[in-house]
Design a protein around this ligand. Sequence first.
Ligand SMILES: [Zn+2]
Length: 183
Amino acid sequence: MIIRKKFRFEGAHIVRNCTSQRCRENIHGHSYEVEVFLKPDRSPNNLVIIDPVLLNNIKEFISSFDHAFALWNMESDEVKDGIYRINTRVAEIPVSPSAEGYSLLFSFVISQMIMAAKLADTGGEVKLHAVGVHETQSGYAESLVDDVSLVQFTVEDIKFNEGIKREWRDKEWWFRLLNVNKL
Ligand SMILES: [Zn+2]
């Protein structure tokens, strides 16, 4: 059994390693659709219940990228300074902000969230199967949970600026996640 939850956000970026010159040299945006695929952790005979706290945290995490600039942390200081100067909402991330980068980043963070929920005993009986990110009508990337084991970054490498953080309903969820990552 696969359970699918859909989320949406409007995001801006520059993708330096993009094949198209327009894409790698210009700030532009997309209407993203994110599909999170979860699987029952045990026998699906009983009703699978996804903890609403976990779902809200996934929603809060993805909406942190909404109307935000996704800034690759390998950009030059000059670009970074300019982006921070003109945007209220900036998410600095350790992957190039392509659909592939987003799907890997989201898979990693959501798998950490599920682990945190399990430690708090509120996770419900689910595990991550995959995260798919639709960037355009024809462009889609999906990261499977096995890809998460190849990740070279940590939750600490993702930096949401104050403009994003101040809109979080639960101000502590990210810090709880940072602490789980240190275990
Ligand atoms: Zn783009």
